[in-house]
Design a protein around this ligand. Structure first.
Ligand SMILES: O=C(O)CCC(=O)C(=O)O
Ligand SMILES: [Fe+2]
Length: 371
């Protein structure tokens, strides 16, 4: 059998990813007669891996043995983590580690054709438990892969303090700027810009798409954004002139709107900038120049001058977004509320829970810090 040569440089042109020249440990691939995944790197913003049916079936078999509902949290997380590490070929684990560590790599990773549960119940309400879901294949994929990147956590004050958020259209929230919205597009944002402790990644696993398959998850790479702005505009974005509003999903619990201390929108090296941004109506600007630059960005996004990328999530797709390096959103779609609506499951991932701790904290994965 001819060995398939497999090196990262094949997938990442050296011009774009100069630091990535590690040849993947081919241990997983060279023993196989046919590859069990395929890599597609047409875009520098999204790095996509398609899992072949053979590996999907193996994962499904293993994950269907995870009988811990995610309310039995640590059992569930330990099972999915350990099985993900032991069932995946080292090449895929290597790519996820590169995604985590390499500042030049794509900010978004898409894993396709992962297993989902055979018997899915009706799509639940936004943020509510799917209490009649009796197997945990989707949750295991979501938490297993996410834990290759760090620790999964949630906020006590958001969506009932659940570790896994069911992101589904909810009656009455159609035009809201939340995960429960549908009829209005969800504007570009990072997750939890209001907080100092923010997720490094958010992971979304698709169980159902919308009936008409119109919903698109939208993404902008921060590198693409600053390439399209003048030095003068970027200098303004680097100043702490932008205050972030509490996400709507928290405001119900807080009973009021809060604003963060002023933050810069862009920080760090220009080749790998960090971005903190919400839609304009969820940010207060502290100078006229700051207001003007935001208007410029919004116009450039509308005119497609700043490139955005769309992913039509299919059941079994897992998208992991680096929340420091990309902004994301969602196009509009029409819900039917017939039990078969769009259904994503979401987790927040941090590289380290340490900076979220406060004296009153009871549970290290459930954050109660309000700033
Ligand atoms: O529905 C989507 O595709 C994205 C939703 C989103 O922004 C989120 O859950 O944080
Ligand atoms: Fe989001």
């Amino acid at each position: 059998m001819k060995l398939k040569s497999f090196s990262v440089s094949k997938y990442f042109p050296s011009k774009i990813f100069p630091k990535l020249n590690r040849t993947l440990a081919s241990s997983g691939l060279e023993k196989l007669s046919k590859p069990i995944f395929e890599v597609d790197n047409k875009s520098t913003a999204i790095f996509s891996i398609s899992i072949k049916d053979e590996l999907r079936n193996k994962l499904k078999n293993t994950f269907s043995k995870n009988l811990s509902h995610y309310t039995l949290r640590e059992q569930h997380l330990l099972f999915s983590y350990q099985k993900t590490v032991s069932e995946l070929p080292s090449d895929i684990i290597g790519l996820v580690r590169d995604f985590k560590n390499c500042p030049n790599m794509s900010p978004v990773m898409l894993l396709r054709n992962l297993p989902i549960d055979d018997d899915l119940p009706n799509t639940p309400c936004y943020g509510k438990y799917a209490s009649n879901k009796m197997s945990f294949v989707s949750e295991s994929c979501l938490t297993g892969f996410s834990q290759l990147l760090g620790e999964i956590y949630c906020h006590a004050d958001e969506l009932g303090g659940n570790l896994i958020h069911n992101v589904c259209p909810e009656k009455g929230l159609e035009v809201s700027n939340t995960g429960g919205g549908s009829e209005k597009q969800l504007n570009f944002h990072i997750e939890n810009a209001y907080f100092r402790f923010r997720p490094d990644y958010l992971a979304l696993f698709c169980l159902r798409n919308d009936h008409e398959k119109h919903a698109l998850t939208t993404l902008i790479d921060a590198r693409d954004m600053i390439k399209k702005l003048t030095d003068e505009d970027i200098e303004i974005l680097r100043q702490p002139l932008f205050s972030m509003r509490t996400p709507e999903s928290f405001e119900k619990e807080y009973g009021k709107i809060l604003w963060s201390e002023p933050r810069p929108i862009i920080s760090g090296p220009s080749s790998s900038p960090e971005i903190i941004m919400r839609p304009s109506f969820e940010m207060k600007t502290l100078s006229q120049n700051a207001t003007r630059v935001l208007a410029t960005i919004n116009k450039k996004i509308l005119d497609s001058n700043i490139p955005s990328h769309n992913i039509k999530l299919e059941p079994g797709d897992l998208v992991i977004i680096n929340n420091r390096r990309a902004i994301h959103g969602r196009s509009r779609f029409t819900p039917r509320y017939d039990g078969q609506d769009r259904w994503l499951q979401r987790v927040y991932v941090t590289k380290d829970l340490w900076s979220a701790r406060i004296d009153e904290q009871q549970d290290y994965r459930i954050i109660i810090k309000k700033e």
